[in-house]
Ligand binder design. Structure first.
Ligand code: NAD
Ligand code: DAU
Length: 356
């Protein structure tokens, strides 16, 4: 089906993967990318598709209501895929302001604009969809057993997850109150190409390649349920096309791993692929247990049965397959990592969008 899709936060990790894969998979979609270009936004993630006539980049803040309204009046937006957020838990602990601003007020600004635009007489259309990309962290922390289902009560425990829970509630309220055609996905930890090296996997890969210490929080026994980003993008497309409006869908990879297991695996993979450290030591020697994250959630694990039963989605990648592709990508794209680490990726906007 033909769609004009407003993607927010498309220069971040998942948003960029989503835009790249939808330009391939959905020839009838026009994709608008509204991104503020915070530290997490990187135009290089989309350099290869920047000239595609089905893709338009708009730099701006989702909290800027006048800008969002202008986009809805300049383009026939019928679909919103809302990724834009402050996404890193550690930053939400040290500096929560931006999390409340972007994740709560930004989501409100998009909802309110979509409501005024789509629900106005004469502008309603059958296929309109507002998909909010949520997180499994809204459900809190699991003990040794059990899974998060769509019925699990919300119990967010960090400023990040509390801001994401707030935005989920706002999104749901627009369905119940106004009938806005919303959908929510609550997803587990993603990994893959273009992930900012503040998150566990790219941080460890980058440090391990440079022979630096590999920080593991607490005892390293916290569990995350890893999902390859390409699988997540396919799940979002399935929810847009076939999801029931007003519903939430949990998305997970069936890949529970302790953090220490992940770090050790990455060490062993790099030792095998690029050789031992210059000192002749194996990379596991660099693992350093550091002070635990405040309020560190112990375990996340997703029951993804609903999206499988209703929409036929299951992840295509095992952790072993996804992590092999991920390691290959970071090894083949050291220039991307260097530009992020030295900050030069932030000058890319000037190069791409000025002097045209
Ligand atoms: P990211 O931090 O890599 O990217 C966020 C993007 O949003 C960046 O491009 C940034 O410039 C943009 N942005 C931030 N504030 C903005 C604002 N006010 N206006 C416009 N753009 C703004 O994030 P990610 O890891 O790609 O996550 C994307 C979404 O998926 C987030 O909503 C996150 O909560 C959710 N999510 C992420 C994961 C994960 O494992 N990464 C898992 C579940 C859900
Ligand atoms: O579950 C979904 C969430 O996954 C998303 O909503 C978030 O946006 C995303 O950032 C991610 O949150 P986590 O906090 O789980 O991801 P992070 O990569 O920061 O950490 C993964 C685990 O590894 C976590 O238990 C903390 C630990 N960790 C992390 C870092 C950065 C370490 O042990 N050392 C580290 O240096």
């Amino acid at each position: 089906m033909k769609r004009t899709v407003l993607v927010t936060g498309g220069c971040g990790f998942i948003g960029a993967n989503f835009i790249r894969s939808m330009l391939e998979a959905q020839p009838d979609w026009q994709l608008l990318n509204l991104d503020k270009l915070t530290y997490a936004g990187n135009l290089q993630n989309l350099a290869e598709v920047a000239a595609d006539p089905r893709y338009t980049f708009i730099q701006g803040d989702i909290c800027d209501r006048a800008l969002v309204e202008r986009i809805f009046s300049d383009y026939p937006v019928d679909t919103v895929v809302h990724f834009a957020a402050e996404s890193h838990v550690d930053r939400s602990i040290s500096d929560p302001d931006a999390f409340i601003q972007t994740n709560v007020f930004g989501t409100f600004s998009l909802l309110e604009t979509a409501r005024r635009s789509w629900l106005a007489e004469g502008r309603k259309a059958a296929g309109q969809r507002f998909l909010h990309v949520g997180t499994d962290e809204v459900y809190g922390s699991l003990g040794a057993t059990g899974f998060f289902s769509e019925e699990t009560p919300y119990d967010p425990r960090s400023p990040y997850s509390a801001s994401k829970a707030s935005s989920d509630h706002l999104v749901r309220s627009y369905f119940h109150t106004y009938g806005l055609p919303v959908l929510i996905t609550n997803c587990s930890n993603n990994y893959g190409p273009y992930q900012f090296p503040e998150k566990l996997i790219p941080l460890i890969l980058n440090n391990a390649l440079q022979g630096k210490a590999l920080p593991v929080y607490g005892d390293g026994a916290n569990v995350r349920d890893w999902l390859y980003v390409e699988d997540h993008c396919e799940a979002i497309a399935a929810v847009i096309e076939k999801g029931r409006v007003g519903q939430s869908y949990n998305v997970g990879g069936h890949n529970e791993k302790k953090n220490l297991e992940v770090v050790e695996l990455l060490c062993d993979m790099l030792d095998a692929k690029v050789g031992l450290l210059a000192s002749g030591e194996a990379r596991r020697k660099s693992i350093t247990f550091v002070t635990d994250r405040l309020g560190h959630d112990r375990r996340y694990a997703i029951d993804a049965g609903k999206i499988e039963r209703e929409l036929g989605w299951t992840p295509r990648y095992t952790f072993e397959q996804g992590i092999a592709k991920t390691v290959e990508w970071y090894l083949a794209n050291s220039a991307w990592m260097e530009a992020v680490m030295d900050g030069s990726y932030q000058q890319y906007y000037e190069k791409m969008y000025t002097n045209r």
